[in-house]
Design a binder for this molecule. Structure first.
Ligand code: RIB
Ligand code: CA
Length: 308
């Protein structure tokens, strides 16, 4: 089982993913880094502290970038609530972030233990890009790098063609694609293809355990949003938990392929679109491993574990 560093903009689905990792019997969470995204980074840090309290697990928190590299702020409070955890008004945690900046912590940890850590990014890639620019050898010192983000068929969730994490900081994505010889990507389209039936979700939210009640308290807003955009038939799209499941159990992947991918920085309607060269037109080295099918039964089992 890998030693994980989780970079997050928690976020309700980030919370589901963090609970999945924190409750996994074989996972080792070495650090959690926070980044501006769904809500302000300071709020993300407070949310991670609450999630650690709820799970009864200790892990160091390092606070990271408070803004995208170039783009203006673009929050998702209509999805995750003003506080990022469904405005559930949970008690504040006494936990605080370490003094060290997240990017410096990332560089220090991989320097101290090259090849040890799998980095899982669940938000905009701002911290990852800063680390790669501060130390160009950073990517080579990771065991693996998996991120939730992007589109592979121009089906966006915040614009015609862009997925939120990439749209918030396209320049960071450009730097990551330029710096990492290979990264594993869980796209918005793959997320939608692995949506969870609403009846199953309702039973999941009714788990009569402390974590089940925590999950129900934070999840209502994103459930309402999911139903409002997808309708009953579409099911519940769970992007960050699906990316986390791939990181925790690589054998859960049933189908994946490598391709060359770039990102649009300038288009009026297409800024933040990730672009896959499906026909090798540009003859570039493949830089992305696209997950296209995951074992859904095992994914549901991992979700059930989060509320035990
Ligand atoms: O597009 C979905 C992604 O954007 C998820 O990571 C969600 O938490 C938001 O950050
Ligand atoms: Ca997220």
């Amino acid at each position: 089982m890998p030693h994980l560093i989780i970079d997050t903009d928690a976020g309700i689905d980030d919370a589901h993913a963090l609970m999945m990792a924190l409750k996994h019997p074989n996972a080792d969470i070495a650090a959690i880094t926070t980044v501006n995204g769904n809500v302000e980074v300071e709020q993300v840090t407070r949310n991670v502290a609450k999630i650690l309290d709820a799970c009864g697990v200790d892990a160091p928190i390092y606070q990271g970038a408070s803004a995208p590299l170039v783009a203006p702020h673009f929050f998702a409070k209509h999805v995750h609530g003003d506080d990022g955890l469904g405005d559930a008004n949970l008690p504040e945690s006494p936990r605080t972030a370490e003094d060290e900046h997240a990017v410096n912590a990332l560089l220090r940890m991989v320097d101290d233990a090259p090849g040890e850590y799998t980095l899982v990014a669940l938000g905009p890639l701002t911290n990852i890009a800063l680390a790669a620019r501060l130390d160009p050898t950073f990517p080579s010192k990771l065991n693996d790098f998996i991120f939730m983000g992007g589109t592979i068929a121009a089906h966006g969730n915040v614009s015609f063609v862009a997925e939120f994490n990439i749209f918030v900081d396209p320049e960071a994505t450009h730097i990551v694609l330029d710096s990492f010889p290979m990264a594993t990507m869980l796209s918005w389209e793959t997320t939608m293809q692995h949506s969870i039936d609403w009846n199953w979700v309702i039973a999941w939210l009714a788990a009569d355990t402390p974590l089940g009640r925590f999950n129900a308290a934070i999840s209502q807003q994103i459930i309402n949003f999911g139903k409002s955009v997808g309708g009953e038939s579409a099911g519940f799209a769970m992007p960050d938990p699906l990316a986390m499941a791939v990181a925790l159990e690589p054998d859960i992947v049933l189908e994946a392929q490598t391709q060359y991918m770039s990102v649009e920085l300038n288009g009026t309607h297409t800024r933040g679109q990730t672009l896959v060269d499906w026909v090798d037109r540009y003859k570039q080295p493949h830089n992305i491993r696209l997950i296209t099918q995951v074992n859904l039964d095992r994914f549901r089992e991992l979700l059930l574990q989060t509320v035990q």
